[in-house]
Design a binder for this molecule. Structure first.
Ligand code: EPU
Length: 431
């Protein structure tokens, strides 16, 4: 059966795993390469569903994309001849809206379909639309798509209501070729955005990172294609580290950069796990029983919202009562019901169980979780609701007694390269 894994749980996983390139950089640099007037060569691009969708969109616009090697993608934007991202890409992932910049600079207009991606909250795009209007674009909603028109984007000061990753990236990609200077205040500063900025800088863009979550972009007349190797995936890193802790295994995660998971590593120690820096990676293991912890997700440099789901499985195996306060997305605990059916003890509440300022206070969103552990999990049938929840389900199935069947596995493969083979290499029993 395609799109389904059968997993026999309970086996301790041991060995090495090599990180793939960062999913949340790969699609962005692909789109940014369309801002240039010559070819770019992008290295370390993971072969995942999201990259494939973005490549198809680039090709539908007329760009030529070619894999030069397994993870090396060449993009030639000089043949772009279409300003409309086809409607069939509506609902597939979050990237279509990021085509605003490249298309407006080329055609003074763009049409992009409404977005999809993981169902983890309302995920509006008001910050993107307001920012482009501030830069001088006119936006209308057609059936199923946004139409944006601008004779030329103009630099301005944009203050984001919340440090949104996508909105920051979208504004940067509009600003690099805009007239004048754009300042983005209260911007996101995730390492993935820095990586995008570094690629754009290599293409000829002028981008400063300033204090207090500020990006300053001085528009230039044109950008040229470049060679760029993107960073490795810090969400994968935390996912595999969590797997080692929850499973009582011992996993060397290769290609990890300690500085990108500084925050996560503190939580490894807080729950009683341990890590060892090696020349080529970080080894994660446990020597004692795990103990409970309080986790609050946040924008960078906080505990990433995308680490939350794998880490929740760790907490189901920890002694005592743990708390997760999710402050980035209002609806990112949809996956816990299935975990409870497997034997976990997770209670959700609308209360803010934490001390960080949170936009969801008194809004009736179930955004805090109380996890009591340790609990034995047993195998069951699971349907993957979204990417990170899907990885959490894989973890749960791998530590559970008995067999689990996980369907909708393409949602996991959308973000984790070759996941089955890599887990098999650690000794997992998956068919
Ligand atoms: N938001 C708005 N209005 C906007 C934009 C965002 O209210 O116009 C809100 C969102 O609803 C959310 C918060 O701001 O509550 C943060 O959203 P953000 O824009 O930062 O998220 P994103 O850019 O859509 C990226 C990653 C996510 C990751 C978040 C946060 C990509 C393709 N996606 O999403 O990754 O969780 O940043 O770090 O880069 C994943 O990889 O599984 C994933 C969901």
């Amino acid at each position: 059966m395609e799109n389904t894994y059968k997993i026999k749980g309970g086996k301790k996983l041991k060995g090495e795993i090599v990180l793939a390139g960062a999913k949340n950089v790969s699609t962005k640099v692909m789109i940014a390469s369309l801002l240039a007037d010559s070819k770019s060569v992008l290295e370390n691009i993971p072969r995942i569903g999201d990259v494939e969708i973005t490549k198809e969109i680039c090709e539908a616009l007329g760009a030529k994309c070619q894999w030069l090697d397994k993870n090396v993608l060449e993009i030639d934007p000089t043949t772009i001849n279409n300003f409309k991202v086809p409607l069939e890409y509506s609902g597939k992932n979050r990237t279509p809206i990021l085509f605003f910049g490249p298309l407006i600079h080329r055609f003074q207009k763009a049409e992009v379909p409404f977005l999809g991606g993981c169902t983890i909250g309302e995920r509006p795009v008001d910050f993107h639309l307001n920012a482009y209007e501030q830069m001088g674009a006119k936006i209308e909603c057609l059936e199923g798509a946004y139409r944006v028109e601008a004779k030329g984007l103009k630099g301005t000061i944009i203050r984001l209501p919340y440090p949104s990753v996508g909105a920051t990236e979208n504004i940067i990609m509009g600003a690099v070729l805009a007239e004048g200077t754009t300042v983005i205040e209260n911007a996101a500063i995730e390492p993935e955005i820095e990586d995008l900025a570094l690629f754009l800088q290599s293409m000829g863009a002028i981008i400063y990172q300033d204090v207090n979550r500020t990006w300053i972009i001085k528009g230039v007349k044109k950008l040229k294609g470049s060679y760029y190797r993107i960073i490795n995936d810090r969400i994968e890193a935390a996912s595999f580290a969590s797997l080692a802790l929850a499973n009582g295994g011992d996993i060397l995660v290769k290609g990890i950069d300690q500085r990108y998971i500084l925050t996560f590593l503190n939580w490894v120690r807080k729950v009683g796990g341990d890590f060892e820096l090696r020349k080529d990676g970080i080894r994660f293991y446990t020597t004692n029983n795990l103990h409970s912890a309080i986790v609050e997700t946040d924008v960078h440099p906080g505990f990433m919202t995308d680490w939350q789901q794998p880490f929740s499985i760790v907490l189901t195996q920890a002694n005592g009562v743990s708390i997760i306060h999710e402050t980035v997305y209002e609806n990112r605990f949809g996956y816990v019901e299935a975990l409870n059916k497997m034997g976990a003890n997770i209670q959700l509440t609308t209360h803010c169980l934490g001390s960080k300022p949170c936009r969801f206070t008194n809004r009736d969103y179930y955004h805090s979780a109380i996890i009591t552990g340790p609990t034995k999990l047993h195998g069951t049938k699971l349907e993957v609701p979204d990417l990170r929840a899907g990885f959490a389900y894989l973890m749960a199935a791998l530590i559970a007694q008995g067999e689990s069947e996980i369907t909708n596995i393409d949602k996991v493969e959308r973000g984790y390269e070759n996941i089955k083979e890599r887990l098999l290499n650690l000794g997992a029993e998956i068919s």
